[in-house]
Design a protein around this ligand. Structure first.
Ligand SMILES: O=P(O)(O)OC[C@@]1(O)O[C@H](CO)[C@@H](O)[C@@H]1O
Length: 345
């Protein structure tokens, strides 16, 4: 479908504000919390200026953002030290005094665990830096849960799970993954994480280890969960995948054969978060009633999207839902207050 590709050309638009407000805010945070040389400070300042100058506005939004995070890694010399420039923020999530209470509130039943994994997606740290981010959890613009629960009840030898953010979102993901494995609904879960730090809080391999360790330190249900996850890792029922394509500025319909081979055997792919959605359907301004099934037909497995709405891309909505949302006058596509559980068998 030929919908226009999203760029940041329109001043004041959501993608424009990401480049002109969110990116400078990320740089400011990095500069005040990370041990940097003078050259690194200078390089970060000029990276910020490159974005506020408007030089990236006409480029595809996805490509501009990708470049921004790649440049941060180059400036902070990730490839030499493997020190996560956003580690201080991720660490803050795991030492948060409110975490034990959050763990206590984790549900037990699969439908509720699916919802917890969706709403966990609001704790995306890059998003929290932008004005207009909502703390409210308003509701689902589409909820295919009963359909997907029917689909999952048949049992799936392998589930491909594309993780999104570290912290509370990953914790909710791990509760869900454990439930799928323990109930036997999934034989194996392949957990796909980013190969390097990306979009501030995206999960990398080190985050999984730190999170499981944190859970293990919390007596009761969290520690029991951690023990089962460690066992599943050893038994080959929970596998970690980190392919470079997971941090590429491309839609999944451009996936190389090596990446496709990693997911082709999955009975379903669960995609977490906003960015995976943009890459799944294409980062384009579709009419929101565009068929999700048709747009995702190319994807090699059935798909389940668990996402809060934090960018302009949306498909597969009923006309009445769109009319209701538009009538609110709110920027419902981008505040993170609305969520989506969308399934294509
Ligand atoms: O993928 P996630 O973590 O749910 O969201 C990533 C995100 O915060 O970044 C993009 C803008 O920078 C938006 O697509 C989205 O709001």
């Amino acid at each position: 479908m030929d919908a226009p590709e999203i760029t940041s050309s329109e001043p004041g638009s959501f993608p424009w504000r990401v480049l002109h407000e969110r990116h400078p805010a990320i740089i400011k945070q990095l500069r005040s919390h990370t041990d940097l040389t003078l050259d690194q400070h200078t390089a970060l300042v000029s990276l910020g200026a490159e974005f506020t100058s408007g030089a990236w506005d006409p480029s595809p939004f996805l490509r501009a953002e990708n470049y921004f995070y790649r440049r941060i890694l180059a400036i902070t010399r990730w490839s030499e030290h493997h020190r996560d420039p956003f580690g201080f923020l991720k660490q803050g999530e795991l030492t948060d005094p409110g975490l034990p209470h959050f763990l206590d509130t984790m549900p037990h039943e699969l439908p509720d665990l699916l919802a917890a994994a969706v709403w966990g997606n609001r704790s995306d740290l890059s998003f929290r830096l932008q004005s207009g981010a909502s703390d409210a959890a308003t509701g689902f613009v589409r909820d295919d849960r009963s359909e997907v629960l029917g689909f999952l009840s048949i049992g799936t030898p392998t589930v491909a799970y594309f993780a999104d953010n570290a912290g509370r979102e990953l914790i909710a993901d791990l509760f869900l993954i454990d439930s799928l494995l323990e109930s036997g609904l999934a034989g194996v879960v392949d957990l796909h994480v980013k190969p390097f730090p990306y979009f501030v809080s995206d999960v990398i391999a080190a985050d999984l280890t730190a999170t499981v360790d944190r859970l293990a330190a919390e007596p009761g249900r969290p520690a029991e969960l951690a023990a089962r996850l460690v066992r599943a890792r050893h038994d080959g029922r929970l596998n970690l995948r980190r392919d470079a394509f997971q941090a590429a500025p491309m839609s999944f319909n451009q996936m190389p054969p090596e990446f496709e081979a990693q997911i082709a055997d999955a009975g379903i792919t669960i995609l977490k978060g906003d960015l995976h959605y943009r890459r799944l359907v294409g980062d384009r301004l579709y009419p929101p009633t565009t068929s999700f099934a048709e747009l995702t037909e190319y994807f090699p497995t059935p798909v389940l999207v668990l996402r809060t709405l934090k960018s302009e891309v949306i498909t597969g909505l009923a006309p009445s839902t769109v009319a209701e949302l538009d009538a609110t006058g709110e920027p419902w596509r981008t505040t993170g207050a609305h969520a989506l559980i969308q399934h294509r068998p």
